[in-house]
Design a protein around this ligand. Structure first.
Ligand code: AMP
Length: 214
């Protein structure tokens, strides 16, 4: 299975991709995580990317593609989270012969997105995602899995969230259209909590898989 998850920031792409990785053995490739790693390690690419990320702006396509190519093994199943973000990036996948089976568009209301993002906390060591209300850690500020300290992303502050949503809206319509025309697009209602949405997602993927076999 090669899947793309599309959805606004806070739609649950990262959480669902983690679940697909744990339960279905797909590799979870998040360009946001890969870029944040470059920033943390203070590489030349990371220094450049940071200028855009802290403001909630998209990183230039060439930089994102460079980091993606280093980390994507297209021979095995994967779930792409946060890539492509625009038509140009979608075309770059095709040009590099990276084929996908299904593109999932996660649909969520704005009010839910803002509450999810402002409460999101992430483990600084293993990357596990928490939420202050919906998925709190057992001990405040500490990761249940590895004991790492939890932090809030710079771009999960409310004024930056608004900017990111604006950009998503602008770019996503075209992208959704692009995959709909190629008969790859499926929609999943992602307003409910993660386990519920995961169930819906699996139903859609199984149905789609059967269609492709026939
Ligand atoms: P995310 O973790 O997917 O919300 O991404 C965090 C930030 O990383 C975004 O706001 C962008 O600055 C950058 N980023 C991640 N993926 C991409 C991409 N495909 N194209 C451009 N910028 C990206």
């Amino acid at each position: 299975m090669r899947i793309i998850l599309l959805g606004a920031p806070g739609a649950g792409k990262g959480t669902l991709a983690e679940m697909l990785e744990e339960r279905k053995g797909l590799s979870h490739i998040s360009t946001g995580d890969l870029l944040r790693k470059e920033v943390k390690e203070n590489t030349a690419l990371g220094k450049e990317a940071r200028k855009f990320m802290d403001k909630g702006l998209l990183v230039p396509d060439a930089l994102v593609v460079e980091v993606l190519k280093k980390n994507l093994n297209s021979d095995s199943g994967f779930v792409l989270d946060g890539f492509p973000r625009n038509i140009n990036q979608a075309k770059m996948l095709e040009e590099n012969d990276i084929d996908v089976d299904t593109v999932i568009s996660l649909r969520v209301k704005d009010a839910i997105i803002i509450s999810r993002l402002s409460g999101r906390r992430i483990c600084s060591k293993c990357g596990k995602i928490y939420h202050l209300v919906n998925m709190p850690p057992k001990k405040e500020g500490v990761c249940d899995v590895c004991g790492g300290a939890l932090f809030q992303r710079e771009d999960d502050r409310e004024e930056v969230i608004k900017k990111r949503l604006e950009i998503y809206r602008k770019e996503s319509e075209e992208l959704i259209d692009y995959y709909a025309k190629r008969s790859k697009l499926k929609e999943v209602d992602a307003n409910a909590e993660a386990e519920d949405t995961y169930g819906k997602l699996i139903e859609v993927l199984e149905e789609d898989g059967k269609k492709r076999e026939n």
